[in-house]
Design a protein around this ligand. Structure first.
Ligand code: PHB
Length: 384
């Protein structure tokens, strides 16, 4: 007995000396109207830890959260700089908004620190540093399938409405290209300000031009809610105008609050909390415990989870402290069975390849969900 105890103690000491902590600096909005972006990513990361013994390849994980307050590039860059120089993090992660990721890219390059993008979805992001790998989506990747589906399903004339910054322009570009190539007509396009748009006048212009549908992308959360409010108030549904959108509109984080007005809305996206798989069931259950105050995981939550799975592969293969160049070689070849379905990283672009689902908002057991009913397999970013 004594011998066994001694052996265990020796192992523990040896383990302790060897097992240096993995440090992950998470940069994103944790306050303000987009606070849930950061909270979703963090809860998704913690759900991964919960389901994997609270460690990465035997190493304890330290998560350092830093709040940008919103789409604020300068703040993101300063916080990332502190994380690499003072806190000596092994990974930078997070990034809710494209401007946060773009401003931070040079920091990742300079420090040779792998940067794991968990949302920021403008195509250009991964081109800005060889140390970036993306585990979320690109707006082009999720917008093009919506156009294909719409053209095949009797929608002929579409008005597009997007937020006026890189992801919005990407979304408009991919939708227009795919929809017109499939024989549809884009009757007009409008871009709305990224911050605090008053959707009323824009939605009125859509209504006056009487399209079959409006295709739209604005950042998930507060802005999606504001768009739907204007759509309701101006009576577009009564005029027979449909909304088609990327899943940012019917984001799981706020879907339950949006309720009735979005019932039946069709969107394209890479994750739904209702995705039917054992991996997703386990994830949703773990998230209930790690996501205090959040109703269920959304696409940012699942990107947090998958980002952790990828970082764990890196740690398992290259050890700690993490060597940036060796880490990128591992990240370029990541292939996972995610709660969203199969995902991989395209080694040529370090961007994600994944299934894009077409979904309809339905009531399931009294709650609103995006129910998947069609899919496009192995979609790469068309913007590359
Ligand atoms: C982005 O800024 O890249 C972004 C933000 C919110 C979304 C999607 C993309 O819902």
């Amino acid at each position: 007995m004594r011998r066994i105890l001694l052996a265990a103690a020796t192992l523990a000491i040896a383990g302790g000396a060897l097992a240096q902590d993995v440090k992950i600096g998470v940069v994103g909005p944790f306050s303000g109207v987009a606070a849930d972006y950061g909270k979703q990513m963090e809860a998704g990361m913690k759900a991964w830890l919960k389901l994997h013994g609270n460690a990465m390849a035997g190493h304890k994980v330290e998560i350092l959260v830093r709040d940008t307050g919103g789409p604020n590039g300068d703040v993101a860059k300063r916080l990332a700089q502190e994380l690499v120089s003072r806190d000596k993090v092994d990974f930078l992660a997070g990034f809710g908004f494209t401007p946060e990721a773009l401003a931070t890219a040079p920091v990742a390059t300079e420090a040779k620190t792998p940067m794991i993008v968990m949302n920021a979805a403008g195509s250009v992001v991964t081109t800005r540093s060889p140390y970036i790998a993306r585990f979320s989506m690109t707006l082009q990747q999720v917008s093009a399938p919506m156009a294909t589906w719409a053209a095949k399903n009797g929608i002929k004339k579409v008005y597009t409405l997007v937020a006026d910054y890189a992801p919005g322009i990407d979304s408009e570009t991919a939708f227009k290209k795919t929809f017109t190539e499939a024989g549809g007509t884009v009757v007009d396009s409008v871009r709305v300000p990224l911050r605090n748009p008053d959707f009323g006048p824009f939605v009125q212009r859509v209504k006056d031009s009487k399209p079959d549908a409006v295709f739209m992308f604005v950042p998930a959360g507060e802005q999606s809610i504001a768009f739907m409010k204007a759509f309701e108030e101006r009576g577009l549904a009564r005029d027979g105008i449909k909304v088609i959108a990327t899943g940012d509109l019917t984001d799981d984080d706020v879907l339950q609050t949006m309720g009735e007005p979005v019932l039946g809305v069709i969107t394209s996206h890479h994750y739904s909390a209702a995705h039917d798989s054992p991996e997703n069931k386990a994830f949703v259950a773990a998230f209930k415990e790690t996501g205090a105050g959040l109703s269920r995981p959304n696409f940012m939550g699942v990107a947090g989870y998958d980002g952790m799975a990828a970082m764990a592969e890196v740690v398992g293969k290259v050890g700690v402290p993490v060597d940036g160049d060796k880490a990128m070689e591992v990240l370029k070849h990541v292939k996972l069975t995610s709660p969203r379905g199969p995902i991989s990283i395209d080694p040529a672009t370090r961007d994600i390849v994944q299934t894009v689902y077409i979904r309809r908002v339905q009531k399931v057991g009294g709650d609103y969900y995006n129910v998947e009913f069609d899919k496009f397999l192995d979609v790469k970013d068309p913007g590359k």
